[in-house]
Design a protein around this ligand. Structure first.
Ligand code: UD1
Ligand code: UDP
Length: 385
């Protein structure tokens, strides 16, 4: 039985882990066993526990406490704690997702302890070195043994960076194996789409009608911590919600909640609070999120995952950033990069997409079975210690 040590910590990783855990339980439970570390990077009930319950993810075997620590303190402490677990219960490989500080800490610990690392969501690049995520993902790729890229763009990025395509086993940190395998998030969205409408009442709860509302999320530090960006984004939301027959629902990330208290101008804040069409809520569950994505007219977001989910459900998307890792969404016309400096540009991009909705949503993200493929490759390519 192969023993995999899975590291998760931030909301999107918990959600991604559901696809792999489901595949193991369904098809590979006699060949592969997962030990799960939750780094504690996200800790609010609605940023963490809710997903374990709703998506039936096994309870973490190890849980760290990171609340109140700086990102630097978190990375150091997570790394040391993961190293200690690796030393006491040596796995056959360590598995990390995406590009958060938990990914980085897991990669550092695996590399230092000399255990094979598996990186799911490898090869994505924003080419923006100001983002901590860019450091995290580039480092994780460098020290991985198996690299699973969800898109052909990610796979090609790896080739451009010098990762070879034809290495032979046994694979290792110096003889890496790269894959283009589809997206575990697409697997999840397809799986849970069938039950999201019947198991939630989020539309009724917020008095939303099909295609008569916009779903928005913001949490990227380049937006939340920049007063110009944050004020421009909220001004654009207010203007769109007040002057079009569309409501906006904004499930607010805790980081954005905190920063909007500090950075939004007083008069804008008052207008936001008195607008019946701009509905600001606590973070919602994944099933509620899917129900909102399936039924909205358009998505406005700076989230990586939410951009893709908009696409899976064939909704136009305004990306509140200057660049995206998911370039195929923009290239095929399904998404527009509006930036976040200028409210009028955000409004214009939104109205353009509403008036000229995209028609084509090609299958960029696989067939909904990426998790099965990843598990079978792990089983055949990672050697039992
Ligand atoms: C992190 C990831 C980002 C990912 C996002 C997903 C890094 C560098 N960033 O950003 O790539 O897109 O998660 O949501 O890893 N907070 C709470 N409760 C929580 C979690 C966070 O109050 O449960 C607040 C805290 O004030 C915390 C702040 O949000 O300091 C930022 O959290 P952090 O995990 O550092 O970064 P995110 O912005 O969530
Ligand atoms: N999500 C959620 N509830 C919310 C907002 C987002 O369940 O209130 C889900 C969303 O559907 C997607 C994931 O969280 O699956 C995206 O995470 P996030 O936007 O926090 O991070 P990113 O993808 O940008 O790293």
């Amino acid at each position: 039985m192969l023993k995999i040590l899975t590291i998760i910590g931030a909301r999107p990783q918990i959600i991604k882990a559901a696809a792999i855990s489901r595949a193991i339980q369904k098809n590979f439970s006699t060949k592969m066993h997962e030990l799960i570390i939750h780094t504690g990077q996200h800790y609010d009930e609605n940023m963490s526990q809710i997903f374990f319950d709703e998506l039936e993810i096994p309870r973490p075997d190890f849980m760290f406490e990171m609340k109140g620590k700086t990102p630097e303190e978190q990375i150091t402490e997570m790394q040391l704690k993961i190293e200690s677990i690796i030393a006491h219960q040596p796995p056959d490989a360590v598995l990390v997702y995406g590009d958060t500080n938990s990914t980085y800490a897991g990669a550092l610990a695996a590399e230092k302890s000399k255990f094979p690392l598996i990186h799911i969501e490898a090869g994505l690049r924003s080419w923006n070195n100001d983002m901590p995520e860019e450091r995290n993902r580039v480092y994780a790729d460098r020290v991985s043994t198996l690299l699973f890229s969800p898109t052909i763009t990610g796979y090609n990025n790896l080739i451009q960076e010098g990762f070879p395509t034809h290495n032979n086993p046994p694979y290792s940190i110096t003889n890496q194996k790269i894959y283009h395998c589809g997206d575990v998030m697409f697997d999840n969205s397809m799986h849970f789409s069938k039950i999201a409408d019947s198991k939630t009442n989020v539309l009724e709860k917020y008095h939303l009608e099909n295609e008569k509302f916009i779903l928005a999320t913001i949490h990227r530090n380049t937006n939340t911590d920049n007063p110009n960006h944050l004020n421009a984004i909220f001004s654009a939301f207010l203007e769109i919600a007040n002057n079009n027959s569309l409501k906006i629902i904004l499930p607010l990330h805790p980081r954005t909640k905190k920063m909007s208290h500090e950075l939004l101008k007083d008069d804008l804040n008052q207008k936001i609070n008195s607008s019946p069409n701009l509905i600001i809520t606590e973070p919602v569950s994944f099933l509620e999120m899917i129900a909102l994505e399936k039924n909205c007219a358009l998505v406005m977001t700076d989230s990586g995952g939410v951009q893709k989910e908009a696409f899976y459900f064939q909704k136009p998307c305004v990306v509140l950033r200057k660049e995206t890792e998911w370039t195929e969404l923009v290239n095929c016309g399904a998404a527009t990069l509006s930036g976040a400096e200028d409210a009028s540009r955000i409004i214009q991009a939104t109205l353009n997409l509403l008036n000229h909705p995209p028609k084509k949503f090609p299958q960029f993200f696989g067939d909904g079975k990426a998790a099965e493929f990843i598990c079978s490759e792990i089983i055949s390519k990672i050697n039992k210690a």
